[in-house]
Design a protein around this ligand. Structure first.
Ligand code: GDP
Ligand code: GDP
Length: 435
């Protein structure tokens, strides 16, 4: 599962700026829904070979309730979720009492801490770092988040301190297609998982991970094997105290990352929320094959169904390649079609494409429509070869490819998608210059 890094610190030290630089995403998942702790932002940092979840804990202002109350609540929550704590301080302010109080909390957790001295731009870097040396934290790094300086060093320093328990379990191969079922609270995730499990009287073994990890549930249906990655906590909910949030953004991000196919479950009776689109966006960024399941289709009249379908068509244009399935988890309708879509998306995501076929397709695409000239020169695209699967990745060699516009990349992606029937999965096109 993806490790978790929490950004902690006073307000205005630059945590959200750092968060944006690390996640490079416009749409952070904000946990602003009922039953979920507010004001925290979640994203995935993919700047290095090993991605991790980044949590921006929001400001610890120390004003309203005093330092004690604040550190107790916010910081402890962040600590409990994180594998590594990044303590952000402001080079211009120097060490303030609130910093010292926060540091105390972080220390007591026993978790690794990196101190990031932000806003070193325009200050004497060495003396700024020197001031924070009194914290006694070995990893104290200079940073100018607003200018994207120090980000790489932070990532480099963080990675070795994170657990590396990614899905390289050899047993995983024969446990079928890994499917994550994600969605907002009350979309029907637990109902769907129970329905899928119950119907076929399935072999359910309680493969518990650690307490925080999503749980994997084996499923066999119509002769196909799957492993469901349960974010809803179906198998666990009964055992856990009420206080634990039913919905966890971190678990959702981890499940998407651990899956091969992600089912995004949408409640047909609610308007499509930004949160739904953000989840879809995350699955795409992660390169996961994608199926959109519109749940609670039962008991809706024709008018309501049409309204819903029209809204979906409009807002899901950017993922027109993903299959949308209408289901009722409660009554079990549409589930066969749902799992069929999962299998199709998985086989598209793992399709084998030969270099010769790819190159031929590239030539056709290039013939039909050439990339616009760059300062009078046409970028050349010479040949293509496969660069990986799930998502299918196509490496294209040529010259001046750095200047190829996003629109042309999308054109190529669409062309390859059509030729190789890559429905249900994102497609990546990587350009390489030279040779
Ligand atoms: P947060 O409250 O900790 O999330 O802080 P923000 O990210 O919102 O940043 C607070 C202010 O500091 C904003 O005006 C940022 O533009 C500014 N800021 C953030 N990082 C830097 C930096 O590296 N250098 C400078 N000079 N300003 C920064
Ligand atoms: P989760 O938070 O995503 O796990 O959602 P739940 O599975 O707990 O479902 C939330 C509520 O929606 C429960 O009251 C379910 O009975 C109800 N629900 C789930 N699926 C359906 C469905 O297909 N049709 C209808 N009418 N209600 C559903």
């Amino acid at each position: 599962m993806l490790p978790v890094v929490a950004l902690v610190g006073r307000p205005n030290v630059g945590k959200s700026t750092l968060f944006n630089a690390l996640t490079r995403s416009r749409d952070a998942l904000v946990a602003d829904m009922p039953g979920v702790t507010r004001d925290r932002h979640y994203g995935v940092c993919r700047l290095a070979h090993r991605p991790f979840v980044v949590v921006d804990t929001g400001g610890l202002s120390g004003k309203e309730e005093g330092i004690e109350g604040l550190t107790a609540q916010q910081v402890r929550l962040a600590i409990s979720e994180a594998n590594l704590l990044v303590f952000v301080v402001d080079a211009r302010d120097g060490v303030l009492p609130l910093d010292a109080a926060i540091l105390g909390e972080l220390r007591r957790s026993g978790k690794p801490v990196i101190v990031v001295v932000n806003k070193v731009d325009g200050t004497d870097e060495q003396s700024s770092l020197g001031e924070f040396a009194s914290f006694g934290i070995a990893s104290t790094l200079p940073m100018s988040a607003a200018h994207n300086r120090g980000i790489d060093l932070l990532v480099e320093t963080a990675l070795p301190q994170l657990p590396d328990d990614r899905d390289d379990d050899p047993g995983l191969e024969d446990s079928g297609i890994r499917v994550a079922i994600v969605g907002r609270p009350n979309a029907g995730k637990s109902t769907l998982i129970n329905r899928l499990l119950g119907e076929d009287r399935l072999i359910v073994s309680d493969v518990a991970g650690t307490t925080r990890d999503p749980i994997r549930v084996p499923l066999e249906r119509d002769g196909k094997k799957y492993t469901l990655i349960d974010t809803a906590g179906v198998r666990r909910r009964a055992r856990v105290e009420e206080a634990v949030e039913k919905f966890s953004v971190i678990k959702t991000l981890q499940s998407i990352a651990a899956s091969q196919v992600t089912i995004v479950l949408i409640d047909a009776r609610e308007n499509l929320a930004d949160q739904d689109l953000t989840l879809i966006g995350h699955a795409i960024e992660e390169g996961r094959a994608l199926v959109i399941a519109v749940n609670k289709w039962d008991g809706m009249d024709t008018y309501a169904r049409e309204q819903c379908q029209r809204a979906l068509e409009r807002r899901l244009q950017f993922v027109e390649w993903a299959k949308t399935v209408f289901i009722s988890a409660l009554h079990g309708s549409g589930l066969r079609e749902l799992m069929k879509a999962v299998v199709r998306a998985h086989s598209a995501a793992t399709r084998v494409m030969s270099s010769s076929e790819l190159t031929r397709t590239l030539e056709k695409a290039y013939e039909a429509y050439q990339p616009p000239l760059v300062r009078g020169h046409a970028p050349k695209l010479r040949y293509a070869h496969p660069g990986g699967s799930n998502p299918p990745t196509i490496v294209i060699h040529g010259s001046r490819t750095k200047h190829i516009a996003p629109a042309y990349r999308r054109y190529l992606e669409g062309f390859f998608r059509k030729r190789f029937k890559l429905e249900g999965t994102p497609v990546r096109v990587d350009f390489r210059d030279g040779e």
